[in-house]
Each structure stands twice: as C-alpha cells, then as structure tokens.
Design a protein around this ligand. Structure first.
Ligand SMILES: Nc1nc2c(c(=O)[nH]1)N[C@H]1C(S)=C(S)[C@@H](COP(=O)(O)O)O[C@H]1N2
Ligand SMILES: [Mo]
Length: 201
C-alpha cells in the first residue's frame, strides 16, 4: 500500500511546488556516473578557476579548506526523474572563490571539468549570487567517492548532471561550449521546473 502524500514522513503541504514536472521523490541517494569512480589523491588535488586556457587561481586541498565555508539545505533533481528534498551540503560558494581570486565572473559561460574526463556547461549566472558551491560534505560527513568526493560542483536549481563530481576546474569560456551530456543531446541549461531535458526542450 502506498503512503506517499498521506502517511509519509513529510506533510504533503511541505512538498507543494517543490517537485518539478515529470519527477518523483526518492528517499535514497542513487549513484549515477558515466564511468568508474576516479581515485583522487588529496595531496595532489587542485581546484582551479580558468579563463580559456589560462589559470586565474588554483588552490591546494589545505588552501581550499581555509576558504569561507557555507552550509545549504536544497532539493536536487536528476533528469532520470528522481528528486530528493532537503539535502544538506557544505563547501565553498563559487562567489567566495571568485572573491578570493579578486574577480567577478569574467565571461557569461562556464565549463566545469572533472577528474574522470567529464565536463558540463553552466551559465555563470547559475553559479553566482549564492546559487552554487564546490561541495566537500554531504549530510555533515565528507562527500563519499561515489557521490563526487572529495569535491563536486553543486548547482541544485539545475538538473543534477550539471553538478560535476570530482570537479577540478571551472573554466570561463568566450562562448557557451557543450559538455559531456550536452554534446549527446541534453539541454545547454537544464532547468528542471522548465523541463529542459533535451536540446529542443
Ligand atoms: N564527473 C562526473 N560528474 C557527474 C557525472 C559523471 O558521470 N561524472 N554524472 C552526472 C549525473 S548524470 C548525475 S545525475 C549526477 C549524479 O550524482 P550522484 O551520483 O551523486 O547521485 O552526477 C553528475 N555528475
Ligand atoms: Mo543524471
């Protein structure tokens, strides 16, 4: 017997307006990766902000830990149709990275790069204004490798494929450049409330 919406853990009213069209709630946390989980050595870990081919600023793991830390509780939405409410993340806001580098967003487009060769494009406007972070903790614990640990991009207002796991760099680009899934037909922005799943949506 289904109890969803009636005897569930959360009153239905608290969920109203939070589940985008075509999505269903999940209580667990599925792992979705295009390939194997890369092994990331913290001693060699670097995170960089780049403008085209040029590195603007890079941080070691210890330097990254010393940046201002932010905790956010957000809903996440995967294009495979699961949504998960009230997920808690801690990390460094992209705003605080730009501030530490003494920069504003130098172009309107960003390509996020990951240690497994994955990439995804995100408008700079979706990364700033407190809307995105490089997350190192989930639910108060260090992010597990399967979910992108030691650090992943978190852009909760876009479909979750935009939240690049094992992120190594945010590259500001002169044009909107498609990433891994976008080259395979997925949407350049990916707003779940607008159901921007595929290129023509
Ligand atoms: N580096 C990298 N990031 C990635 C992926 C990937 O394959 N590699 N998969 C994306 C997809 S399609 C989704 S839905 C989410 C899944 O995150 P999760 O495994 O933590 O649920 O990660 C995204 N980030
Ligand atoms: Mo996904």
């Amino acid at each position: 017997m289904s109890t969803r919406g009636f005897g569930g853990r959360r009153p239905a009213a608290a969920q109203a307006g939070r589940i985008p069209p075509g999505q269903s709630l999940t209580e667990d946390f599925p792992v979705l990766s295009a390939g194997p989980t890369p092994r990331v050595d913290l001693a060699a870990w670097r995170f960089a902000l780049r403008l085209g081919p040029r590195t603007l600023q890079a941080w070691t793991w210890d330097e990254f830990q010393a940046l201002p830390q932010t905790t956010r509780v957000v809903d996440i939405h995967c294009v495979t149709t699961w949504s998960k409410l009230d997920t808690e993340w801690q990390g460094v806001l992209v705003d605080d990275l730009l501030a530490a580098a003494g920069l504003g967003a130098p172009t309107p487009w960003v390509l996020a790069h990951s240690a497994d060769g994955y990439s995804t494009n995100v408008p700079a406007a979706d990364l700033t204004g407190g809307r995105a972070m490089i997350a190192t903790h989930f639910g108060g614990l260090p992010l597990t490798p399967d979910h992108g640990g030691p650090a992943r991009l978190l852009v909760p207002q876009l479909y979750f494929w935009k939240s690049a796991k094992w992120v190594t760099a945010l590259q500001f680009t002169a044009r909107d450049e498609a990433g891994f899934w976008e080259l395979r037909g997925y949407h350049m922005r990916g707003d779940p409330f607008l159901e921007q799943r595929y290129g023509g949506d």
